[in-house]
Structure formats: structure tokens, C-alpha cells
Design a protein around this ligand. Structure first.
Ligand SMILES: [Zn+2]
Length: 557
């Protein structure tokens, strides 16, 4: 099937060097062209010259652009789309993780243990064993013990980030290096899991408690970070992703000093400035409750915009996640007095949002619980009253549990959501750790993609990779089925919230482009736009929706 794969890098080089003034095409693709343009949604052909689209329309007219050097691609069963845009991903981080002890996808303790044993043996020269991707539901209460790791290696410190990135599992050696014991207090917005009688740490650190150990781990080097970027760009291109928002680019290293400091943002700035990667990148930097004014000063100093990339977004965490009991809820978790963790005082948050907005930054929130989402919307509303209407295109990512009374506010306040559609089916996180703690009424509110669309709000989509798969086709399938990928008989999560294929494709393309302030350059296929074009081996509109995940990329331009 891979009869005409054109490596992306080759094409980009090729396009940069060929800029004759004549109208001969570099590439003509004849296939089912889905444009994401409302006035002409479908076409038979697309013509590319240099890095621009010069024609979209019928086959006969397209062939008039053919010359000797034109590459002609014919895929009658395929589908041409604008490149996918991932509106919430941790790209470099994902690339770095690919080189560590990867536990993602492992579903039993035995598998996890043997993977760690093998890694620790293979990389015996490392000072720290680092890994990631363990799934909370594999362990009782999402709470693996330090003793499991101690049995593998008690001498060497170990640090394993969970798949959702909100918990870390460490061994006794790591706890002792960090000086954590029964006398250590929980940090603000963090929790050390402990023995209920003795208070001794059990080996799992939630949210900001992770930093207590992380700050003792040596920084990643410039080389590791750049390698992570190049690996992950390849991975993204493989799935047809041509533009992203990196949702928090600074967290790769716990900052030790301003000097001799190189992080993901530096890597993005260099790579986009020198056009070394085949990806458009908007990146972001964190502001945290304890230091936001200082953070903002630092963020302003680091702001950059070039033709391929930018950092003009501030990332804020409003709360944690429901499965760890840290998502902030309006009513308590079932059977408890726990309302989760709202990271900000609501009045402070209003000042923070209006101040950051005034500095000309887009704000990208992590907000999951209904209280976190309401508090965030309140802060946007306050900023709107104070600063007036503007074009800042603020975003709420994840947006898991939106109180029905808040749905209308998204359109009213022009707040864009970035959903992770792949999370919206009954997986173990949902069935074992979410629905039981929310109860039946609130569980119906999970991931209300359709409700927001019906209310006229803009939705975009992202993977949150490396939390979950980077492949947009998985998310597209779940958005239209709300079932586990590849499971036509699988349970459905809130059928009313399924969306049309066209709508979810818009979220992954033109709406994503809007959220990146690039809708005039990319996100749809029309004459004059940049040639961020992908070709799938199947036309999704003629394909069973429970097997989108089997469709693959033929080429990316
Ligand atoms: Zn994220």
C-alpha cells in the first residue's frame, strides 16, 4: 500500500529549492480531498508548488499544472486532509521518555516489574533509573508500593512518572536522597501517600509533591533534549501531525539556575528559527500560584515569534485529575468530604488572568473538575469586564467535567476547549476510578464535546501525548463512537456526546489552526495556504467508524 510515500523532509527541502515562476506543479494529488472550507468542502484534486497550495478543485483542471518534474499521486480510495493539529501535547517530553524505561500499555504488575528489572540491568551505569507511563488502575487505589522497586534495586534511586503525569512512584533510596520521611509535611497542591498509622511515605507522590524528589534528579542535557525533539517530531509526522501546541514546555528540567540552563523552549526556538524540523510549534510556559508574578517576568523575557514557531502562551494548572482525587469538584467525591484540589484562590486567579492577558499572552488552562472549570470561566469573565473584548483565544484543556450550567459560557466568553477525545470511552480510568467517585449524575457530564458544539463553542483536539497515543485517528474514532478503539460492541460513554466525523476533523485541523492564530496559513485546503497536506490510505467517510484506528498515513507534504 505504501506505493508513493514521499518522506516529509525530502519534500520540504525539495519545495524550498524549487521556485520557478511558471505554473508547473511540484505535486498533484488526485484523491478524495476534504478541504475544511465551508464554501467548497470536497474536491477531486490538489496542486502544490513550492510550499504553497496553488489549486484545489476538479481533476481535469488540476492536470493542466502537470509538467515533467511533477510528482503525480493517485489514490482513489484515499483521503487528502489538511495536516492534523495537536492542540495539547508534551512533544519533547514524549521524545525524551521514549529513551527511558517505558511502562505505557503494560496492564499487569508482573509485566511492569519485569520491564523495570530488564531496564535496570541493561542501564546499570545510570545514576538514576527513570521511567514513565505506569497506569494507575494496575495498582490498588493507584498506589504502588516503594517496596516493589526496593526489591528490584535498593541501592539506586528510582523515579517513575505515571501515565497521566500527575503521580510519581519512587523507591526508598529516592525518598532518602530527598529526605522525605514521616515528619515531612505535604507541600501546597501536593500529597505524599503515607501509611495511615505511622505517616511513613509509601512510595507515591501526587502533583506538586513529585518535585520534592524530582529536584534531586540531574538535569537532562542539551543533547538529550534536542534528541527528544527530533525523535518526537518524526513520531508526530508519522501520524500526519504538522502543527502543535506544546502545553508546558519548561517542565523538562527542574530549574537549577538561570545560567547554563537549556530547556525545551530553547530547543524549539533554535529548531524553528533555523527551520530544522518539519513541524509548526506554538509552545507555552508555566505560571504557578506561589510565583506567578516572577514567572510572568521570566516568561516575557523568553517570548519569541518566528515564522515556524512561537512562545506566546502561558500554561496554568487550575486543578489535578479526578482519578487521583485531585480534580476540583463543586460537590465532594462520592462518600467523602474531599472536594479535590483547586490550585488557586479564585480571586487571585482573576487578577492573574487579567494581568497575563494584558501582557498579550494567550492562556492555556488545565482544568478538569467542574469547580476548576467554573473558577477558570469566572476568571475569564472578570478579565473580559476589565480588559474588554479581545482576540486572545484562551483555552481550557481536558475540560472533563463541565457543569451543564457552564456550557453556554464557553461561546459567550470565546473560550476554546482542547479535548483529548481518546479519553472519552469507558476505559479502566473511567470505569474504576472516575464513575464510582462521581456518581451517576455527574458521570453523564464527562467530556461534553457535542454539548459544546451545539452551544456554538469552538472545540479543538489534542493527544496529551505521552499521556495517551499521539495518533489522531484513535481520538477521531473515539469522538464519533465513544467506544474503545476497534470495539464495535464495546460499552459507550455518554452516547449523546458523540460528534460527527466532519466536526471532529474540523477540531483537528481548522479549529486547531485558529487556536494557534494560524488559520490564515494552515488548517484548510485552499489556494494560497501553506502546503501542510496529508494523505490517508482510506477515505474515513466511507470507512467503518470502529476501525479508523487501522487507517494510516501514506504521505505528508
Ligand atoms: Zn497535558
Amino acid at each position: 500500500m505504501f506505493k508513493r510515500i514521499i518522506p516529509l523532509k525530502f519534500i520540504i527541502l525539495f519545495l524550498l529549492c524549487c521556485s520557478q515562476i511558471d505554473t508547473a506543479a511540484d505535486i498533484i494529488i488526485l484523491s478524495n480531498v476534504v478541504t475544511m472550507e465551508e464554501t467548497f468542502p470536497r474536491a477531486e484534486a490538489i496542486v502544490i508548488k513550492g510550499n504553497k497550495i496553488i489549486f484545489v478543485g476538479d481533476e481535469k483542471s488540476a492536470l493542466k499544472y502537470k509538467s515533467d518534474h511533477t510528482v503525480l499521486i493517485q489514490e482513489p480510495d484515499g483521503m487528502v486532509l489538511p495536516g492534523f493539529i495537536d492542540s495539547h501535547v508534551h512533544l519533547i517530553w514524549g521524545g525524551i521518555e521514549m529513551g527511558e524505561c517505558l511502562l505505557s500499555g503494560l496492564t499487569s504488575q508482573e509485566e511492569i516489574i519485569s520491564k523495570i528489572e530488564a531496564y535496570a540491568e541493561e542501564y546499570a551505569d545510570l545514576n538514576w533509573i527513570r521511567g514513565n507511563g505506569w497506569s494507575l488502575p494496575v495498582f490498588k487505589n493507584g498506589n504502588p508500593s516503594k517496596s516493589i522497586l526496593d526489591k528490584i534495586n535498593a541501592e539506586k534511586p528510582m523515579y517513575f512518572l505515571s501515565a497521566d503525569g500527575h503521580s510519581a512512584w519512587v523507591n526508598s533510596k529516592a525518598l532518602s536522597i530527598a529526605g522525605l520521611n514521616e515528619n515531612t509535611r505535604d507541600p501546597i497542591n501536593g500529597r505524599i501517600e503515607r501509611d495511615s498509622k505511622t505517616g511513613v511515605p509509601l512510595g507515591v507522590l501526587r502533583e506538586d509533591a513529585m518535585a520534592l524528589v524530582e529536584s534531586f534528579i540531574p538535569n537532562y542535557t542539551k543533547e538529550q533534549i534536542e534528541n527528544g525533539l527530533f525523535i518526537s517530531v518524526k513520531e508526530a509526522n508519522k501520524f500526519g501531525i504538522t502543527a502543535i501546541l506544546d502545553a508546558g514546555t519548561e517542565s523538562i528540567n527542574q530549574k537549577k539556575s538561570e545560567e547554563d540552563y537549556f530547556d525545551g523552549l530553547d530547543a524549539y526556538r533554535e529548531a524553528t528559527k533555523n527551520q530544522e524540523i518539519s513541524l509548526r510549534v506554538n509552545s507555552s510556559q508555566y505560571a504557578s500560584p506561589s510565583s506567578w508574578r516572577k514567572d510572568l517576568k521570566h516568561i516575557k523575557n523568553r517570548r519569541f515569534i518566528n515564522s515556524q514557531g512561537s512562545m506566546n502562551t502561558v500554561k496554568i494548572f487550575a486543578d489535578g485529575v479526578i482519578e487521583a482525587g485531585t480534580g476540583a469538584l463543586l460537590d465532594p467525591y462520592v462518600g467523602t468530604n474531599n472536594f479535590g484540589v483547586l490550585n488557586w484562590d479564585p480571586d487571585t486567579l482573576k487578577v492573574v488572568v487579567s494581568t497575563i492577558e494584558n501582557e498579550g499572552f494567550q492562556i492555556h488552562f488545565h482544568a478538569i473538575g467542574d469547580k476548576a472549570i467554573r473558577t477558570t470561566l469566572d476568571a475569564f469573565e472578570y478579565a473580559r469586564e476589565k480588559n474588554g473584548s479581545n482576540n486572545m483565544r484562551h483555552m481550557i484543556s481536558h475540560a472533563q467535567l463541565i457543569h451543564p450550567e457552564d456550557i453556554e459560557r464557553f461561546k459567550k466568553l470565546d473560550v476554546i476547549t482542547s479535548f483529548q477525545p481518546l479519553w472519552a470511552y469507558p476505559d479502566p480510568y473511567m470505569k474504576e476510578l472516575t464513575i464510582p467517585v462521581l456518581g451517576p449524575i455527574r458521570s453523564k457530564w464527562n467530556y461534553p464535546l457535542k454539548s459544546l458544539l451545539s452551544a456554538g463553542a469552538r472545540i479543538t483536539a489534542g493527544s496529551d501525548w505521552s499521556v495517551t497515543s499521539l495518533n489522531p485517528l484513535f481520538g477521531i474514532e473515539v469522538a464519533v463512537t465513544r467506544q474503545k478503539p476497534g470495539s464495535p460492541d464495546g460499552e459507550i460513554l455518554n452516547q449523546d456526546e458523540t460528534v460527527d466525523l466532519e466536526d471532529i476533523l474540523k477540531a483537528y485541523t481548522i479549529e486547531g489552526a485558529y487556536s494557534l492564530f494560524r488559520e490564515n496559513e494552515i488548517g484548510s485546503l485552499k489556494k494560497g495556504k501553506l502546503a501542510d497536506v496529508i494523505l490517508l490510505n482510506k477515505n474515513l467517510f466511507n470507512h467503518p467508524s470502529n476501525s479508523f484506528f487501522l487507517v494510516f498515513m501514506l504521505s505528508a507534504v
